[in-house]
Ligand binder design. Structure first.
Ligand SMILES: [Zn+2]
Length: 353
């Protein structure tokens, strides 16, 4: 097995990594981040767990990375993603972690965001000889499949010379992720049709590498138990149809599991046998970060009301220093990721020497 180096994973190394995941029946957590605290917590957790990891930014996460005060929100979305990517390029090497860097859901309205990132990425590649991102997601699952695949094919053609991949979606992940998606969709759409997967493979595989978010009842966010009915056999049926029709080996598709937060562990485990190499996690890491800070604020409530204690005159600077409570959030996020690396069986599987 070819080995990876710390830094961004792209091109043939990306394919090597996906092959190792599928053959070893493990997946990588794909963690949404909105700032350096999240990025650093993910890198810390990946280094500790001796695993590769996927870091991704939604459009809103990218905009937040640039700062909500920037008036041109489109440009903030682009430059925030660029800024985050450069932070990851630098720091992944410091932490000794190999990172797949991705942008998350881009529906029709957000395609110009992806295209501007590709344009920026072309100049970046020309200068550095490696891409800014490993992959961009194009989520046109709400459009007709012909439109979905035509746009995906057009963007894939642009990123192939940069050694990049795309992630597409067929069928709709329930719930909402950062303004993309809806709670009101008919039930059939929550389950991807294997025939659509075959059509996607025939259209995109001759152009370049793509991964596929197939819906098997998964939902963004965390819902009450019983409201989510996962059917991982849909992934299996899609893999088998493509393998048989195209004369390929087992699990030819590189599959992505969206809405991993709050899913039943047994269904997660089952999906690993069907070629899932990536599981998105956002809601659970957000909650871990927030919950720990909430506890800290409760335990140190006076430090958030007074600089100096009104009775004892003791200074609270050491408690309200943002480094202290942001670190509490980072640590809790890293602890939640320990669980993800374990559930996805990627702990200890790093391909770095
Ligand atoms: Zn998603």
């Amino acid at each position: 097995m070819a080995k990876l180096k710390p830094g961004i994973v792209w091109g043939d190394d990306y394919k090597t990594l996906l092959k190792a995941c599928k053959e070893g029946q493990y997946a990588l957590p794909a963690v949404n981040v909105v700032g350096t605290n999240g990025v650093n917590a993910v890198l810390e957790a990946a280094a500790k767990n001796k695993s590769e990891v996927i870091i991704q930014l939604s459009n809103g996460g990218a905009q937040f990375y640039a700062g909500k005060g920037l008036p041109d929100t489109h440009r903030a979305m682009v430059m925030g993603a660029v800024s985050a990517a450069q932070h990851v390029h630098l720091m992944a090497k410091e932490y000794g972690v190999a990172v797949v860097l991705n942008t998350d859901h881009a529906n029709k309205k957000l395609i110009p965001w992806v295209e501007d990132l590709v344009t920026y990425g072309e100049a970046f590649f020309k200068k550095n000889g490696y891409p800014l991102f490993s992959s961009h997601m194009i989520d046109l699952s709400e459009e007709a499949i012909e439109d979905n695949l035509a746009t995906s094919a057009r963007i894939l053609k642009r990123v192939v010379p940069l050694g990049m991949s795309i992630e597409i979606e067929l069928g709709v992940t329930g719930g909402e992720e950062d303004g993309v998606g809806s709670d009101e969709i008919d039930n059939d759409k929550l389950y991807t049709q294997p025939e659509d997967v075959l059509q996607a493979y025939k259209t995109l595989a001759p152009i370049g590498h793509f991964s596929l978010a197939a819906s098997f009842g998964n939902v963004h966010g965390v819902y009450s138990p019983g409201n989510v009915h996962l059917r991982p056999e849909i992934l299996k049926n899609s893999q088998e149809l493509v393998a048989q029709t195209m004369g390929l080996g087992k699990n030819p598709l590189d599959l992505v599991f969206h809405g991993g937060s709050g899913s039943e562990k047994a269904k997660i485990e089952e999906s690993l046998g069907y070629g899932v190499f990536k599981m998105n996690i956002d809601t659970d890491t957000q909650f871990a970060f927030a919950h720990a800070i909430g506890d800290y604020v409760k335990a140190n409530d006076k430090a958030f009301a007074y600089q100096i204690d009104p009775e004892t005159e003791a200074p609270y600077k050491k408690q309200y220093d943002p480094r202290v409570w942001l670190r509490v959030g980072e640590q809790a996020m890293a602890v939640r990721l320990d669980e993800a690396f374990k559930d996805l069986r990627s702990a200890g599987k790093t391909l770095i020497d």
